[in-house]
Structures are given as C-alpha cells and as structure tokens.
Design a protein around this ligand. Sequence first.
Ligand code: ZN
Length: 124
Amino acid sequence: MLNPLRICYGYYLKKINPEYARKQKSQYINNKKLVLEMLGGAKCVNCGCDVFEFLEVNHKNGGGYKEQKETKCNNVVNRVIYKHRKIDDLEVTCHVCNHLHYLIRKNPKQAKGFKIFWTKIETT
Ligand SMILES: [Zn+2]
C-alpha cells in the first residue's frame, strides 16, 4: 500500500523547496548510476535494455517488498550506497523484466509463456 505521507512529502517538497527537491533527485540519479555499475553495468540482465530510466535493482530471490517494510525504506539504491546491505542477491533488470520475475515467482507455469525482447530504437 502506498504511504500517503510519502506522496504528500514529495509533493510538498517540490512545491515548497524545488531546489532541494532537484538536488535530491540529482543525487539519487548519481547513486543509481553507481549501484548499477556495482551490479555489472546499466543493462538489463534478461533482455539487454540499456535505457537508464527503465532500469531497476531487482532482488534475485524476491523479497524486495518485505525488505522495504522491514527497513521502512523504499530505496534499495541508497541502502547499497550507504553500505546498509550487501549486493550479491541483487541484479539489474528493466521494469518489464522485473515484473516478469515477480510473475514467474508467483505463478511459474503460467508466466513461462512470456518472452521479453528489447530492441534499441535510435531517437536522434
Ligand atoms: Zn529487461
């Protein structure tokens, strides 16, 4: 369940202190780049997608939501950066493959029907 206080805080921060909000976002992006490199590079291990905005840190054995609840922190990137967790159970996936990973863990027989292909599109 989404935490309404967090949503309100993000909204509040952008409205009240947009410069600070921008700095926080910039810091998060830098930290995410570092963590993706620590995990082998900014590329999905399943489909090869390398669009930074689509990439996520995936918990190989599941349990990401449980970890969020236990640590009361929804930011695995910062937990890695500040050495609050190890990285051997993490990998880089795109958002789509991260969800497929979830479906495979929940219903492996049905989810095996999905195949994800990613093709780089030149946008110049
Ligand atoms: Zn992928």
